[in-house]
Structure formats: structure tokens, C-alpha cells
Design a protein around this ligand. Structure first.
Ligand code: NAP
Length: 256
């Protein structure tokens, strides 16, 4: 009879997670640490929250570091990836999770809000990935890149032209990069969360939240942990044959 053994899915892996101080990024950090990965916890302004994530990681026996870096700044992204290399000797997993919203109907949208959302959600992912690509290739051990998109990038959202454009752009980047890196066994996938309970969605009115909930087939909004579970799977060996995909975590809200 075959013996049942418990294996950690991300044992000895090193994961860099942008925007890991709060919300979905925090849940990803903790979930990856629980599976044995060392975590590079990135934040941009909220040092206290990032330190709390490190404490949560250490509390479950994991290890990690906190690195301040603004993903819109090229040098900061290089610093972030170098911190992984300096502290843990390698990078196996990059999660481009940092994101912001600046919602408004296009007629009232300020150019600054357009640019801020594109710069953070799309160019930020480009900056981090660009900084990580050479180390990934040099290591010759394959790797995982996971981009946090949104169902809004698939279906659009009134008052979210900037965010939808950034997230749809991220999907195009994901598929192109998946093709470029497949020969090196580096997979590149995107996750499209639906409505997830974080500070990002806490600002929505109660009426809007209720009407969104009614449209979700599974009858509830998502938790950051719902998204983190998919990140762990995509980052693991189990997902070695999955690349260039966009997977929704949305309670069935968008079905293709
Ligand atoms: P959140 O709770 O607002 O957290 C945002 C995180 O991004 C924070 O850690 C923040 O750091 C970081 N961040 C923001 N700008 C940054 C920058 N320039 N450089 C580095 N880090 C930066 O957001 P969330 O809801 O967890 O969202 C995480 C990702 O999921 C985003 O890409 C978002 O678009 C996507 N998403 C969320 C939902 C949802 O319903 N919540 C749905 C679909 C997609 P500080 O703490 O330092 O500010």
C-alpha cells in the first residue's frame, strides 16, 4: 500500500509579493508561508501593516522580509527583487498584486487618476517582472509569475475605465509573456478576482454591495483567502502545465 505523506506545496521556494501589506496580498503572503515559501513582503506606504504581515508569517513558523518599494518606480522594483536575491539567494515566484482604484465616470476622470491607475496596476507589474526576468532566466530552474487582474478587465465597469484598461492590459501582458517564457519552464498566469472583501471594496456603498451580492451565483462575496488559495496552487509544482491562463475567483459571477 502507498503511504500517505504530507508535503508542503512551496517548500524552499522564495516568493516576492507586491502589495502584500493588506488585503489579498497579505492573505497570499500568509498562505504561501504556510506552504513553506520564504516571503518578500512589499508595501509602499503602510510599514506598520507590512510588519504585521511579517509577524503573521513568523507566527506560523515561516520566514520573510519587508521591503518598501513603489512599483511605479523602476529602481524600487530592482531593489525589491535584489532584496529577495540578497536575503534568500533566489526568486521562484513573483506575484504582481499591487493595485489601486481611482474610480470615476470618464467625463469626470482626471488625467492624473487615469495615469495613477495605469502606472500602478499595469506598469507596476511590468516594472517588477522586468526586474525579475534576468534572475529567473539565470537560475534555469523555471518559475512562476502570477498577475492579479480583475473581472473588470474582462467585462468592464462603469466608472472604472482606467482600472478596466489596466487590468485588460495585464491580461495581454500575461499571455504574451507566457509565450516568451514557456521554453524556460516559467509559467505566467493571471487571476481575475470578482468582489473580494478588502479595504479596496470597503469604500463601495452598502446598496451597491447588496446588488453585487445578489448577482453572485455562490451567494457571497469572496475573501482574500479564496484568492490566495489559487495563488498557492498556481505557484506550486501541481500547476506546471498551466500557463497563459486567466482564472476567475468570483463565485461564478463571470462565466465564459
Ligand atoms: P488593498 O486592500 O487596497 O491593498 C492594496 C495593496 O497594494 C497594499 O498592500 C498597498 O500597499 C499596495 N500598493 C498600492 N500601491 C502600491 C505601489 N505603488 N507600490 C507597491 N504597493 C502598492 O487592495 P486589494 O483589494 O487587496 O487588491 C489587491 C489586488 O487585487 C489589486 O491588484 C486589485 O486590483 C486586485 N483586485 C481586487 C479586488 C477586490 O475586490 N478587492 C477585485 C479584483 C482585483 P500599502 O499598504 O503600503 O498602501
Amino acid at each position: 500500500m502507498e503511504k500517505r505523506v504530507t508535503v508542503l506545496l512551496l517548500e524552499d521556494k522564495v516568493a516576492v509579493i507586491s502589495g502584500a501589506s493588506r488585503g489579498i496580498g497579505r492573505a497570499i503572503a500568509v498562505a504561501c508561508a504556510r506552504e513553506g515559501a520564504a516571503i518578500v513582503i512589499n508595501y509602499t506606504t503602510n510599514e506598520k501593516a507590512a510588519s504585521e504581515v511579517l509577524a503573521a508569517v513568523e507566527n506560523i513558523g515561516g520566514k520573510g522580509i519587508v521591503v518598501q518599494a513603489d512599483v511605479t518606480v523602476v529602481e524600487d522594483c530592482e531593489k525589491l527583487i535584489n532584496a529577495a536575491l540578497d536575503n534568500f539567494g533566489k526568486i521562484d515566484i513573483l506575484v504582481n498584486n499591487a493595485g489601486i482604484t481611482r474610480d470615476n465616470i470618464m467625463a469626470r476622470m482626471k488625467p492624473a487618476d487615469w495615469h495613477a491607475v495605469i502606472n500602478t496596476n499595469l506598469t507596476g507589474a511590468f516594472n517588477c517582472t522586468k526586474a525579475a526576468i534576468r534572475p529567473f532566466l539565470k537560475q534555469k530552474t523555471g518559475g512562476r509569475i502570477i498577475n492579479m487582474a480583475s473581472i473588470i478587465g474582462l467585462i468592464g465597469g462603469a466608472g472604472q475605465a482606467n482600472y478596466a484598461a489596466a487590468k485588460a492590459g495585464l491580461l495581454g501582458m500575461t499571455k504574451s509573456l507566457a509565450r516568451e517564457l514557456a521554453p524556460r519552464q516559467i509559467t505566467v498566469n493571471a487571476i481575475a478576482p470578482g468582489y473580494i472583501d478588502t479595504e479596496m471594496t470597503a469604500v463601495l456603498s452598502e446598496n451597491l454591495k447588496e446588488s453585487i451580492k445578489k448577482q453572485i451565483p455562490l451567494g457571497r462575496t469572496g475573501s482574500p483567502e479564496d484568492v490566495a488559495a489559487l495563488v498557492v496552487f498556481l505557484a506550486s509544482k501541481q500547476a506546471a502545465y498551466i500557463t497563459g491562463q486567466v482564472i476567475a475567483v468570483d463565485g461564478g459571477l463571470v462565466m465564459n
